[in-house]
Design a protein around this ligand. Structure first.
Ligand code: GDP
Ligand code: IMO
Ligand code: MG
Length: 431
């Protein structure tokens, strides 16, 4: 009986972005990994770009969980993830080049869906057909792949093991019909260029341990192993709760960890919610606190706000507590993590959005529709005017930073347990 109780105590902690992605998830997963036995990804695909920095190495991961630099942990790509074999192969190769061989430590779910070369082309065709109303997708084929998954026409990693060529051809032929007849899209050269590396990627995937990951993860929990699930994108890009249609095509929220890994809701433990001390967004869609001025440019320059996957400049703005409060509600966040505080080191004053003014009324509730009629209302706090990148203990935090943190905690009613003051692994302070 006592043993039974112990087993049931093992939970999956989830770490996810509370804004529009790029909050710094990769860095924090790497920092927290020593506390866990297992690190998993549960949704998204190579639209993600998760950056880690340590010992003068800067690395951007797209498909692979961010725990891989910490010795022989178990890393799992869960069923909710979509994998582009060609990008996967490149990732594996570049890790090998710096001395990390993952064939023994990385497991891949047989139920994870494959991004086919034609999914990428369909993404490009669909975006170009949308013209001015395009989503600003990363063009990695994410939308079309999840569309095929939900439409029950996708190909999964497990399909690689039986009659794969045949299944592949049938899907690609149908995609080509769509590309030519519906989109009038010239696909031939691009497909030819991509297919070869894509099939090489399939061979690379075969070298890994392909598993029934739902059994694998639940068995690990039963064996007393601790698990952290690494989200991709952010809550405001969630397919249900983000600013639809300017969202990604998966559930980026805590509930996505259940469906993306095959774990029961009661098995979710802590939910770490990550946010930047300000806001960014890449791609189209509403962004109430966006700064289309010099301050926005300063945040972009100092924060080096250029996409890790596409290199596109990120749109920048003040911290939005209305949106953050909504994200905390949807995810059941237990611990907040504030990133990139150092980016505002030299600001005289810092604004925080605490409500929206909509049709003559003030509200703290995140509305269903965001348009030009939503006017952010700000409080202004003093800046700390201190170089935080060299600060190594909470006792050395300047008073103005403490006030900024307390203001956010009081508004959101969730503790900020980690503050990040630079991109390096070591520039992370626990409270
Ligand atoms: P992710 O997608 O959530 O993993 O985030 P990205 O890696 O796309 O973007 C975060 C960027 O901020 C990366 O370039 C990180 O190296 C960098 N970064 C992370 N934490 C900090 C921090 O505390 N301060 C600064 N200046 N940069 C940070
Ligand atoms: P990480 O995990 C920031 C954005 C795209 C676009 C929208 C849809 O690094 O935080 P998609 O390619 O998914 O169809 O694009 O979502 N987007 C991201 N923005 N960080 C990401 O991932 C993103 N993944 C997708 O810019 O607006
Ligand atoms: Mg990113």
């Amino acid at each position: 009986m006592s043993n039974m109780k112990k087993n049931y105590q093992m939970k999956v902690d989830v770490l996810l972005g509370l804004q529009w992605g790029d909050e710094g998830k990769g860095k924090v997963v790497d920092v927290l990994t020593p506390r866990y036995d297992v690190i998993t990804r549960f949704q998204g695909g190579p639209n993600a770009g998760h950056t880690l920095e340590f010992n003068n190495i800067k690395h951007v991961l797209h498909t692979i969980p961010s725990g891989i630099f910490r010795g022989d942990k178990i890393n799992i790509i869960g069923n909710g993830v979509v994998i582009d074999p060609s990008i996967f192969k490149k990732e594996i190769q570049s890790l090998k080049n710096i001395g990390f061989d993952l064939t023994k430590t990385l497991y891949i779910s047989k139920k994870a869906h494959l991004i086919l070369p034609t999914h990428r082309l369909l993404d490009a065709a669909s975006e170009s057909a949308k013209g001015d109303s395009k989503i600003g997708s990363t063009l990695k084929g994410i939308g079309p792949t999840y569309r095929d998954k939900i439409g029950r026409e996708g190909l999964r990693v497990g399909d690689i093991l039986h009659n794969f060529e045949e299944k592949y051809r049938a899907r690609v032929d149908q995609h080509i019909e769509l590309l030519t007849k519906f989109y009038n899209f010239d696909y031939k050269q691009a497909l030819q260029d991509y297919e070869k590396q894509w099939f090489e990627g399939i061979e690379v995937i075969k070298q890994f341990q392909l598993v029934d990951s739902e059994h694998f993860i639940n068995d690990l929990l039963l064996a007393g192993k601790s698990v952290i699930a690494e989200g991709a994108q952010g809550t405001m890009l969630d397919i249900d709760f983000g600013s639809y249609p300017f969202v990604t095509s998966s559930n980026t929220i805590a509930a996505g960890a259940c469906t993306g890994l095959g774990i029961a809701p009661g098995k979710i433990g802590k939910v770490y919610g990550i946010f930047k001390a300000y806001c960014t967004r890449v791609g189209s869609g509403p962004f109430p606190t966006e700064l289309l001025n010099e301050t926005g440019d300063t945040l972009r320059r100092i924060g080096n706000e250029f996409g890790s996957t596409t290199g596109r400049p990120r749109r920048c703005g003040w911290l939005d507590l209305v949106a953050l409060r909504y994200a905390i509600m949807i995810n059941g966040v237990t611990d907040l993590i504030m990133m990139k505080a150092d980016v505002m080191d030299q600001f005289e004053t810092i604004k925080i959005c605490t409500s929206y003014f909509i049709e003559g009324e003030l509200t703290r509730n995140f509305p269903n529709e965001i348009d030009d009629g939503v006017i952010p209302v700000y409080e202004e706090l003093a800046g700390w005017k201190t170089d935080l990148t060299a600060v190594d203990a909470i006792s050395k935090f300047p008073e103005a930073l403490n006030r900024y943190i307390l203001f956010i905690e009081e508004f959101l009613q969730v503790p900020i347990t980690i503050v990040s003051v630079g991109p390096n692994r070591s520039q992370t302070i626990e409270r």
